[in-house]
Every structure is written in structure tokens, then in C-alpha cells.
Ligand binder design. Structure first.
Ligand code: GAL
Ligand code: CA
Length: 376
């Protein structure tokens, strides 16, 4: 009898967790687990073969201002223009390409409007136009194999950015010696850093109700994407690795979007006033969360903690003002320069490694000002 009761309770607890979405994401996503064991997903520091974005930058210094680039055509596909981080990325990418000798008229950047069919058409158009290189931020990472086949079939070199294709796909590039690479950071590192920012505060401070557990809510980006999967998983793992006990109160998909996150966090906070930490997979969503935290009369740093990723200017200002606990700098400068340099290396025939990594930077009140200054 007793045993039955226990299992019934377990089942209903599980059902509730599933309804809330807690524990129902990254940890169980097979794609994420496969990637964990593959060399392609290794962090930049651990992967000796992987060039860092900066090394790649040095390698092309000689070609800077190269007149040959002035008549080369670059096609750039962005998954969605209405994304704060990708807007910073594409602006920097275009400016840097021009500074390296490309003509502005020969750089075409298109908006996939978060629709893979639209983006696939755009890629086909670029192929018809005969661009010299393609830089692609896929709408769906799972469409990468199809995209690669199209582009490689047209004999055009390809640089993937921001949304990392899975390990099987990356393995095909080296196995076939294709001119295809990925430039980006390891999302696991950003998740770990988010968790560490919380751990560094000390459990006494974060466990506001003193029950020995950290009550948190998670706001995820597009779950099709490894950035969302890994940040969700590794932020919480950092707390557990520090020996802390965690309790997920809610886990929702905000699709990287501020307004969506604002609504989700408003609901989550009113249903779960005992929330101690709000993890957001990016800063846009953290800014939305902050609006709802303030609307609920809560105060970050006093009765709740909030972390994001990206280091958007507004988020850095919030970190300095104490209205955000911390963020993680997603270096769009190193990544966009790395992507442009890789494109140049294909055009000049220098070639590239199949994975070009970069590091995230943990941001708290201690260094937010210097990160802000470095972005001006
Ligand atoms: C992440 C970034 C998010 C969003 C996303 C798009 O790296 O942190 O803000 O831009 O990429 O895939
Ligand atoms: Ca607690």
C-alpha cells in the first residue's frame, strides 16, 4: 500500500514537472547528448585542431585591403533580422568585410524571417547569381545537411555561423574535404558561466527562503537550437556541480524574444512567487524578464536573481545598475570577423579548419564597464 502511494506520488510529480516543462528539454534531447561526445563540439580551448577566431584573423592580415576582393560577391543568410544579437552580428560582419576590401555593393545580406523554406530559396538565388562565398546562419540547424548539399553541389565555399550544425553533419565536411566550416562559440561554456555567476554569490544569499534548495525558472530560446539546449542544461548543472540542490518551478520557451519572455515570466512569477533565480538563454529575454520582475514589485539582487547571455548594451547597463545579476558576453565581434576571415581564406585558396571556435566571457558588475567600453 505504502509503496503504491509513493509511486503514485512520483507519477503525479513527474506529470506536474512535465506540464511545467521542467526537466523536459535539453537534458533529454538526443541531439545535444550526441554532440557532447563529439570532437566538433569541443570547446575552443580543448580542441587543438580548432583555430580560434583570432588566429584566423591574424592569418588574413596580409590580404586586408586586397583589391582582388573588391569584385568578389558574398551572400549572407541571417535566420531572422528581428533578433537583437544577430543584428549586432550582421552589422559588424558587413563593416568588417568592407574594411577587408569587399565592395559594399557585392555584399548581400538577406532575412530568412525565421522560415527555412524562405531561406532555402534565398540560398538558391545566391547560387544562381554565382556568389563567390556563402555565410549562413541557418533557420533550422537540422536543415544543415540539405543546405550543405545544395551549396557544395554548386561548388561554392560555405561558412556556417551562430547556429551550429550537429556532429554528424560537421563530420561530413572533413570526411569529404569540403570547403565548409562553422564559426561560433561552444554554448555549453555560456550555460556554465551563467550558473557560475549564481554560484559565486554564495548559497546563503541565493537561497532566499532558506529551504536548502534553489527555486528557479528557465526561459529558453528556440529549442531546435543547441544554444538553447546547452544553456538550459549547463546553467543548472553548474549549480549542481557546486553541490547545490535545485528545484525547477517552470521552464518555458521564449524563442529568444523579449516580449514573449516578459509575458512568460509575468505568469511564472505570479504562479511561483518563491522563485529565487530566473535563467534566460539570452539577454533579450532577460530584459523582458526584468520588466516583469519589476512589475511584480521584486528587486534583482535583493529578492531575486537574473542572468542572461549576449552582453547587449542594455543588459550591460542593467548589470552596472544592479538590475541584472550578470550576463555572458557572446563575442559577435570575434565571431563575425572569424566568419569573414574564413570566407576570405576560401576565396584566396588558403582554406580553413572545419571548426573555428571562440570563447564566451562571464560578465558581472566587476567587468561590465570594461566590456561596455570595448564595444563602443
Ligand atoms: C544565440 C544568441 C541569441 C540568439 C540566438 C539565435 O547565440 O545568444 O540571442 O541570437 O543565438 O540563434
Ligand atoms: Ca530556496
Amino acid at each position: 500500500m505504502k509503496k503504491k502511494l509513493v509511486s503514485l506520488l512520483t507519477v503525479s510529480a513527474m506529470t506536474m514537472a512535465m506540464l511545467a516543462g521542467c526537466g523536459n528539454s535539453a537534458t533529454e534531447a538526443p541531439a545535444a547528448e550526441t554532440a557532447t561526445e563529439t570532437p566538433a563540439a569541443e570547446t575552443a580551448t580543448e580542441a587543438p585542431a580548432a583555430e580560434t577566431a583570432e588566429t584566423a584573423a591574424e592569418a588574413v592580415t596580409e590580404t586586408a585591403g586586397n583589391a582582388d576582393l573588391a569584385d568578389k560577391k558574398v551572400g549572407v543568410c541571417i535566420y531572422q533580422f528581428a533578433d537583437n544579437f544577430m543584428t549586432l552580428f550582421r552589422t559588424e560582419l558587413e563593416n568588417y568585410l568592407v574594411s577587408q576590401g569587399f565592395s559594399k555593393d557585392n555584399i548581400t545580406i538577406v532575412d530568412g524571417a525565421n522560415d527555412q523554406a524562405t531561406q532555402t530559396n534565398q540560398i538558391q538565388n545566391f547560387i544562381t547569381q554565382g556568389v563567390d562565398v556563402l555565410i549562413i546562419n541557418p533557420v533550422n540547424s537540422s536543415s544543415a545537411a540539405t543546405i550543405t548539399d545544395l551549396v557544395v553541389g554548386a561548388d561554392i565555399p560555405l561558412v556556417y555561423i551562430n547556429r551550429e550544425p550537429d556532429a554528424d553533419e560537421e563530420a561530413r565536411w572533413s570526411a569529404n574535404n569540403w570547403n565548409v566550416t562553422y564559426v561560433g562559440c561552444d554554448a555549453r561554456q555560456s550555460g556554465t558561466m551563467q550558473g557560475e555567476i549564481i554560484v559565486d554569490l554564495g548559497q546563503e544569499k541565493v537561497d532566499l527562503n532558506g529551504d536548502g534548495k534553489i527555486q528557479y525558472i528557465m526561459i529558453e530560446g528556440d529549442p531546435e537550437n543547441v544554444d538553447a539546449q546547452y544553456r538550459t542544461e549547463f546553467s543548472v548543472k553548474a549549480l549542481e556541480d557546486a553541490g547545490w540542490t535545485v528545484e525547477c518551478l517552470d521552464d518555458e520557451v521564449g524563442n529568444w524574444d523579449q516580449a514573449t519572455a516578459q509575458q512568460l515570466v509575468a505568469n511564472a512569477l505570479s504562479a511561483n512567487p518563491e522563485t529565487e533565480v530566473v535563467f534566460c538563454n539570452n539577454d533579450a529575454m532577460a530584459l523582458g524578464a526584468l520588466q516583469s520582475i519589476e512589475a511584480a514589485g521584486r528587486k534583482v539582487g535583493e529578492d531575486i536573481y537574473l542572468v542572461g547571455v549576449d552582453a547587449l548594451t542594455e543588459a550591460l547597463e542593467d548589470v552596472l545598475a544592479g538590475t541584472m545579476t550578470g550576463t555572458v558576453f557572446n563575442d559577435h565581434i570575434a565571431q563575425s570577423h572569424g566568419a569573414a576571415d574564413a570566407a576570405i581564406n576560401y576565396i584566396t585558396g588558403a582554406g580553413n579548419e572545419y571548426y573555428i571556435g571562440c570563447d564566451y566571457v562571464k560578465v558581472t558588475t566587476d567587468n561590465a564597464q570594461s566590456v561596455l567600453d570595448s564595444l563602443k
